[in-house]
Design a protein. Structure first.
Length: 333
Protein backbone atom coordinates (compact mmCIF):
# COMPACT_ATOMS: atom_id res chain seq x y z
CA UNK A 1 0.00 0.00 0.00
CA UNK A 2 2.83 2.40 0.81
CA UNK A 3 4.55 1.61 -2.48
CA UNK A 4 1.31 2.21 -4.37
CA UNK A 5 0.87 5.60 -2.72
CA UNK A 6 4.44 6.62 -3.65
CA UNK A 7 3.79 5.59 -7.28
CA UNK A 8 7.32 4.48 -8.19
CA UNK A 9 8.18 3.93 -11.85
CA UNK A 10 8.27 0.40 -13.35
CA UNK A 11 12.07 0.57 -13.54
CA UNK A 12 12.30 1.48 -9.85
CA UNK A 13 10.03 -1.44 -8.93
CA UNK A 14 12.10 -3.86 -10.99
CA UNK A 15 15.23 -2.55 -9.30
CA UNK A 16 13.57 -3.04 -5.90
CA UNK A 17 12.70 -6.63 -6.84
CA UNK A 18 16.32 -7.20 -7.87
CA UNK A 19 17.53 -5.84 -4.51
CA UNK A 20 15.19 -8.16 -2.60
CA UNK A 21 16.26 -11.08 -4.77
CA UNK A 22 19.99 -10.46 -4.36
CA UNK A 23 19.54 -10.11 -0.60
CA UNK A 24 17.65 -13.39 -0.56
CA UNK A 25 20.25 -15.36 -2.52
CA UNK A 26 23.58 -13.79 -1.54
CA UNK A 27 24.60 -16.69 0.72
CA UNK A 28 24.36 -20.48 0.56
CA UNK A 29 21.21 -20.33 2.68
CA UNK A 30 18.36 -18.42 1.03
CA UNK A 31 16.60 -15.68 2.97
CA UNK A 32 13.00 -16.74 2.43
CA UNK A 33 11.65 -13.42 3.75
CA UNK A 34 13.42 -11.48 1.02
CA UNK A 35 12.24 -13.93 -1.64
CA UNK A 36 8.72 -13.63 -0.28
CA UNK A 37 8.93 -9.87 -0.84
CA UNK A 38 9.68 -10.50 -4.51
CA UNK A 39 6.59 -12.71 -4.74
CA UNK A 40 4.49 -10.04 -3.04
CA UNK A 41 5.57 -7.48 -5.63
CA UNK A 42 4.30 -9.71 -8.43
CA UNK A 43 1.05 -10.64 -6.67
CA UNK A 44 0.30 -6.98 -6.03
CA UNK A 45 0.97 -6.33 -9.75
CA UNK A 46 3.79 -3.90 -8.99
CA UNK A 47 6.02 -6.04 -11.18
CA UNK A 48 4.85 -8.33 -13.97
CA UNK A 49 5.09 -12.11 -14.12
CA UNK A 50 7.63 -11.54 -16.87
CA UNK A 51 9.80 -9.55 -14.45
CA UNK A 52 9.50 -12.27 -11.83
CA UNK A 53 10.59 -15.04 -14.21
CA UNK A 54 13.46 -12.96 -15.58
CA UNK A 55 14.63 -12.17 -12.08
CA UNK A 56 14.73 -15.86 -11.15
CA UNK A 57 16.42 -17.01 -14.36
CA UNK A 58 19.07 -14.34 -13.89
CA UNK A 59 20.45 -16.37 -10.98
CA UNK A 60 23.56 -18.29 -12.09
CA UNK A 61 25.23 -19.20 -8.80
CA UNK A 62 24.18 -22.81 -9.19
CA UNK A 63 26.68 -23.99 -6.58
CA UNK A 64 24.31 -22.52 -3.97
CA UNK A 65 22.11 -25.59 -4.08
CA UNK A 66 19.66 -24.52 -1.39
CA UNK A 67 19.01 -21.27 -3.25
CA UNK A 68 18.33 -23.24 -6.43
CA UNK A 69 15.86 -25.44 -4.57
CA UNK A 70 14.13 -22.36 -3.08
CA UNK A 71 13.83 -20.75 -6.53
CA UNK A 72 12.34 -23.94 -7.96
CA UNK A 73 9.79 -23.79 -5.17
CA UNK A 74 8.84 -20.25 -6.19
CA UNK A 75 8.55 -21.26 -9.84
CA UNK A 76 6.22 -24.14 -9.03
CA UNK A 77 4.11 -22.13 -6.59
CA UNK A 78 3.65 -19.24 -9.03
CA UNK A 79 3.04 -21.46 -12.07
CA UNK A 80 -0.80 -21.46 -11.74
CA UNK A 81 -0.82 -17.64 -11.66
CA UNK A 82 1.08 -17.04 -14.90
CA UNK A 83 -1.01 -15.16 -17.44
CA UNK A 84 -0.89 -12.55 -20.17
CA UNK A 85 -3.47 -10.53 -22.04
CA UNK A 86 -4.10 -12.06 -25.47
CA UNK A 87 -4.89 -8.57 -26.81
CA UNK A 88 -1.34 -7.37 -26.03
CA UNK A 89 0.90 -9.17 -28.51
CA UNK A 90 4.13 -7.71 -27.13
CA UNK A 91 3.27 -8.88 -23.61
CA UNK A 92 2.49 -12.40 -24.81
CA UNK A 93 5.75 -12.51 -26.75
CA UNK A 94 7.72 -11.32 -23.71
CA UNK A 95 6.08 -13.93 -21.47
CA UNK A 96 6.81 -16.62 -24.06
CA UNK A 97 10.49 -15.67 -24.07
CA UNK A 98 10.53 -15.63 -20.25
CA UNK A 99 9.01 -19.13 -20.10
CA UNK A 100 11.56 -20.41 -22.63
CA UNK A 101 14.27 -18.93 -20.39
CA UNK A 102 12.87 -20.92 -17.46
CA UNK A 103 13.34 -24.20 -19.34
CA UNK A 104 16.82 -23.13 -20.46
CA UNK A 105 17.70 -22.10 -16.89
CA UNK A 106 16.63 -25.48 -15.50
CA UNK A 107 18.66 -27.40 -18.08
CA UNK A 108 21.73 -25.24 -17.45
CA UNK A 109 21.32 -25.74 -13.70
CA UNK A 110 21.29 -29.51 -14.18
CA UNK A 111 24.44 -29.31 -16.30
CA UNK A 112 26.12 -27.19 -13.61
CA UNK A 113 25.12 -29.79 -11.04
CA UNK A 114 26.92 -32.41 -13.11
CA UNK A 115 30.06 -30.29 -13.65
CA UNK A 116 30.56 -28.90 -10.13
CA UNK A 117 31.67 -31.13 -7.30
CA UNK A 118 31.18 -28.72 -4.39
CA UNK A 119 27.42 -29.01 -4.14
CA UNK A 120 25.91 -29.44 -0.72
CA UNK A 121 24.04 -32.61 0.11
CA UNK A 122 20.75 -31.58 -1.47
CA UNK A 123 18.87 -33.37 -4.26
CA UNK A 124 19.05 -30.39 -6.61
CA UNK A 125 18.75 -32.42 -9.78
CA UNK A 126 15.59 -34.18 -8.64
CA UNK A 127 13.99 -30.84 -7.78
CA UNK A 128 15.02 -29.34 -11.12
CA UNK A 129 13.64 -32.36 -12.97
CA UNK A 130 10.30 -32.05 -11.16
CA UNK A 131 10.13 -28.30 -11.86
CA UNK A 132 10.76 -28.87 -15.57
CA UNK A 133 8.01 -31.51 -15.64
CA UNK A 134 5.60 -29.26 -13.74
CA UNK A 135 6.05 -26.44 -16.26
CA UNK A 136 5.73 -28.80 -19.22
CA UNK A 137 2.55 -30.38 -17.81
CA UNK A 138 0.88 -27.01 -17.21
CA UNK A 139 -1.76 -26.53 -19.98
CA UNK A 140 -1.13 -22.77 -20.32
CA UNK A 141 2.64 -23.13 -20.54
CA UNK A 142 2.37 -26.10 -22.94
CA UNK A 143 0.16 -24.14 -25.35
CA UNK A 144 2.44 -21.14 -25.03
CA UNK A 145 5.41 -23.30 -25.98
CA UNK A 146 3.49 -24.82 -28.91
CA UNK A 147 2.93 -21.33 -30.28
CA UNK A 148 6.56 -20.45 -29.54
CA UNK A 149 7.80 -23.13 -31.96
CA UNK A 150 6.60 -20.97 -34.85
CA UNK A 151 9.20 -18.29 -34.10
CA UNK A 152 11.70 -19.73 -31.63
CA UNK A 153 12.13 -23.30 -32.95
CA UNK A 154 15.90 -22.98 -33.48
CA UNK A 155 16.50 -21.56 -30.01
CA UNK A 156 14.31 -24.18 -28.35
CA UNK A 157 16.06 -27.06 -30.12
CA UNK A 158 19.60 -25.83 -29.49
CA UNK A 159 19.14 -24.60 -25.90
CA UNK A 160 16.72 -27.21 -24.55
CA UNK A 161 16.08 -30.26 -26.74
CA UNK A 162 19.71 -30.99 -27.64
CA UNK A 163 20.88 -30.47 -24.06
CA UNK A 164 18.19 -32.80 -22.75
CA UNK A 165 19.51 -35.42 -25.15
CA UNK A 166 23.02 -34.97 -23.72
CA UNK A 167 21.79 -35.45 -20.14
CA UNK A 168 20.19 -38.86 -20.75
CA UNK A 169 19.73 -40.93 -17.58
CA UNK A 170 20.86 -39.97 -14.11
CA UNK A 171 20.25 -41.35 -10.65
CA UNK A 172 18.57 -38.94 -8.24
CA UNK A 173 17.37 -39.76 -4.72
CA UNK A 174 17.33 -43.41 -5.59
CA UNK A 175 14.91 -42.70 -8.47
CA UNK A 176 15.89 -42.92 -12.11
CA UNK A 177 15.48 -39.53 -13.78
CA UNK A 178 14.55 -40.45 -17.34
CA UNK A 179 15.67 -37.48 -19.42
CA UNK A 180 14.98 -39.33 -22.65
CA UNK A 181 11.32 -39.66 -21.70
CA UNK A 182 11.28 -36.01 -20.58
CA UNK A 183 12.80 -34.98 -23.90
CA UNK A 184 10.19 -36.95 -25.84
CA UNK A 185 7.44 -35.32 -23.81
CA UNK A 186 8.92 -31.91 -24.48
CA UNK A 187 9.05 -32.61 -28.23
CA UNK A 188 5.25 -32.77 -28.22
CA UNK A 189 5.23 -28.98 -28.41
CA UNK A 190 6.27 -29.37 -32.07
CA UNK A 191 3.25 -31.58 -32.88
CA UNK A 192 0.17 -29.99 -34.47
CA UNK A 193 -2.40 -29.08 -31.81
CA UNK A 194 -5.19 -31.60 -31.40
CA UNK A 195 -8.78 -31.03 -30.36
CA UNK A 196 -9.30 -32.67 -26.98
CA UNK A 197 -12.75 -34.19 -26.56
CA UNK A 198 -14.22 -34.88 -23.13
CA UNK A 199 -16.95 -37.25 -21.95
CA UNK A 200 -19.44 -34.42 -22.37
CA UNK A 201 -18.52 -33.84 -25.98
CA UNK A 202 -18.74 -37.48 -27.13
CA UNK A 203 -22.42 -37.13 -28.10
CA UNK A 204 -22.38 -33.41 -28.79
CA UNK A 205 -19.76 -31.43 -30.67
CA UNK A 206 -19.21 -28.24 -28.64
CA UNK A 207 -16.61 -27.08 -31.15
CA UNK A 208 -19.21 -26.93 -33.93
CA UNK A 209 -21.96 -25.60 -31.64
CA UNK A 210 -20.00 -22.35 -31.24
CA UNK A 211 -20.95 -21.14 -34.74
CA UNK A 212 -24.59 -21.93 -34.05
CA UNK A 213 -24.47 -20.04 -30.77
CA UNK A 214 -22.89 -17.02 -32.47
CA UNK A 215 -25.60 -17.13 -35.15
CA UNK A 216 -28.29 -17.17 -32.47
CA UNK A 217 -26.73 -14.19 -30.73
CA UNK A 218 -26.37 -12.14 -33.89
CA UNK A 219 -29.94 -12.92 -34.98
CA UNK A 220 -32.29 -13.34 -32.02
CA UNK A 221 -30.83 -10.75 -29.70
CA UNK A 222 -30.73 -8.11 -32.42
CA UNK A 223 -27.04 -7.40 -31.96
CA UNK A 224 -26.34 -4.21 -33.86
CA UNK A 225 -23.12 -5.48 -35.40
CA UNK A 226 -21.93 -4.56 -38.85
CA UNK A 227 -21.96 -7.26 -41.52
CA UNK A 228 -18.15 -7.12 -41.73
CA UNK A 229 -17.85 -7.61 -37.97
CA UNK A 230 -20.12 -10.68 -38.02
CA UNK A 231 -18.14 -12.13 -40.95
CA UNK A 232 -14.81 -11.51 -39.24
CA UNK A 233 -16.08 -13.09 -36.00
CA UNK A 234 -17.29 -16.22 -37.80
CA UNK A 235 -14.04 -16.66 -39.73
CA UNK A 236 -11.88 -16.04 -36.65
CA UNK A 237 -13.85 -18.53 -34.54
CA UNK A 238 -13.61 -21.06 -37.35
CA UNK A 239 -9.87 -20.57 -37.70
CA UNK A 240 -9.25 -20.98 -33.96
CA UNK A 241 -11.36 -24.16 -33.75
CA UNK A 242 -10.33 -25.67 -37.12
CA UNK A 243 -13.81 -25.40 -38.63
CA UNK A 244 -13.84 -25.34 -42.42
CA UNK A 245 -15.59 -22.54 -44.31
CA UNK A 246 -18.37 -24.73 -45.68
CA UNK A 247 -19.02 -26.04 -42.15
CA UNK A 248 -19.40 -22.44 -40.95
CA UNK A 249 -21.99 -21.77 -43.69
CA UNK A 250 -23.79 -25.04 -42.92
CA UNK A 251 -23.89 -24.33 -39.18
CA UNK A 252 -25.20 -20.81 -39.74
CA UNK A 253 -28.00 -22.21 -41.88
CA UNK A 254 -28.74 -24.98 -39.39
CA UNK A 255 -28.98 -22.54 -36.48
CA UNK A 256 -31.23 -20.21 -38.47
CA UNK A 257 -33.55 -23.07 -39.48
CA UNK A 258 -33.78 -24.31 -35.89
CA UNK A 259 -34.66 -20.84 -34.60
CA UNK A 260 -37.22 -20.33 -37.37
CA UNK A 261 -38.70 -23.74 -36.61
CA UNK A 262 -39.00 -22.98 -32.90
CA UNK A 263 -40.68 -19.66 -33.55
CA UNK A 264 -43.10 -21.23 -36.05
CA UNK A 265 -44.05 -23.85 -33.47
CA UNK A 266 -44.55 -21.36 -30.65
CA UNK A 267 -46.10 -18.68 -32.88
CA UNK A 268 -43.72 -16.20 -31.34
CA UNK A 269 -44.44 -12.59 -32.24
CA UNK A 270 -40.76 -11.58 -32.41
CA UNK A 271 -39.85 -13.76 -35.39
CA UNK A 272 -39.17 -10.75 -37.61
CA UNK A 273 -35.67 -10.44 -36.14
CA UNK A 274 -34.50 -13.91 -37.19
CA UNK A 275 -36.28 -13.65 -40.55
CA UNK A 276 -34.51 -10.36 -41.23
CA UNK A 277 -31.19 -12.00 -40.36
CA UNK A 278 -31.95 -15.11 -42.43
CA UNK A 279 -33.21 -13.44 -45.58
CA UNK A 280 -31.23 -10.18 -45.57
CA UNK A 281 -28.20 -10.12 -43.29
CA UNK A 282 -26.84 -13.67 -43.58
CA UNK A 283 -26.30 -13.51 -47.37
CA UNK A 284 -24.47 -10.21 -46.84
CA UNK A 285 -22.33 -11.84 -44.14
CA UNK A 286 -21.37 -14.61 -46.57
CA UNK A 287 -20.47 -11.98 -49.17
CA UNK A 288 -18.26 -10.22 -46.61
CA UNK A 289 -16.63 -13.55 -45.68
CA UNK A 290 -15.83 -14.09 -49.37
CA UNK A 291 -14.16 -10.68 -49.47
CA UNK A 292 -12.11 -11.74 -46.44
CA UNK A 293 -10.83 -14.85 -48.21
CA UNK A 294 -13.53 -17.52 -48.17
CA UNK A 295 -14.09 -19.20 -51.53
CA UNK A 296 -17.57 -18.84 -53.09
CA UNK A 297 -17.65 -22.62 -53.49
CA UNK A 298 -17.77 -22.92 -49.69
CA UNK A 299 -21.22 -21.31 -49.66
CA UNK A 300 -22.52 -23.77 -52.23
CA UNK A 301 -20.95 -26.72 -50.41
CA UNK A 302 -22.31 -25.53 -47.06
CA UNK A 303 -25.86 -25.19 -48.38
CA UNK A 304 -25.65 -28.62 -50.04
CA UNK A 305 -24.36 -30.16 -46.80
CA UNK A 306 -27.20 -28.57 -44.84
CA UNK A 307 -29.86 -29.82 -47.26
CA UNK A 308 -28.41 -33.34 -47.43
CA UNK A 309 -27.50 -33.89 -43.77
CA UNK A 310 -30.29 -31.94 -42.08
CA UNK A 311 -33.26 -32.63 -44.34
CA UNK A 312 -35.53 -33.37 -41.38
CA UNK A 313 -35.05 -29.85 -40.01
CA UNK A 314 -35.88 -28.36 -43.42
CA UNK A 315 -39.00 -30.54 -43.86
CA UNK A 316 -40.16 -29.76 -40.32
CA UNK A 317 -39.84 -26.04 -41.01
CA UNK A 318 -41.67 -26.44 -44.32
CA UNK A 319 -44.47 -28.44 -42.60
CA UNK A 320 -44.88 -25.78 -39.93
CA UNK A 321 -45.16 -23.05 -42.56
CA UNK A 322 -47.64 -25.12 -44.58
CA UNK A 323 -49.82 -25.84 -41.53
CA UNK A 324 -49.69 -22.14 -40.69
CA UNK A 325 -50.95 -21.23 -44.16
CA UNK A 326 -53.78 -23.80 -43.88
CA UNK A 327 -54.67 -22.43 -40.46
CA UNK A 328 -54.94 -18.91 -41.90
CA UNK A 329 -56.96 -20.10 -44.90
CA UNK A 330 -59.48 -21.91 -42.67
CA UNK A 331 -59.93 -18.83 -40.46
CA UNK A 332 -60.29 -16.52 -43.47
CA UNK A 333 -62.93 -18.78 -45.02
Amino acid sequence: EELSSIKPSPDELRLLAQEFFQAGTMTSYPDLRMLECVKMLSHSELISWIDLLRTITGFTQFQRSRCVVALCGILKSELPHLQCSFSHISECRALTEAVIDVFVWIVEAVQAYRDLDDFEVVDVEGVLFQTFSAFLDDPFVFRLMCLATKKYAAVIKSSIVNKLYDLRYQEGSGVMLNYEELRNSFLRIFDPPKFESSELSVKYNFRRSGIRSLTAVFSCFRVLAAVEEVADTMLLFGQINAISHHEIVSDMLHASFMILLEEQETRDNCKSSIEMFFYVKMPRVWAAMIKLGMKPESVVKGVQHMLSECRQVYFSLHSCKLSGHLFLRENIQ
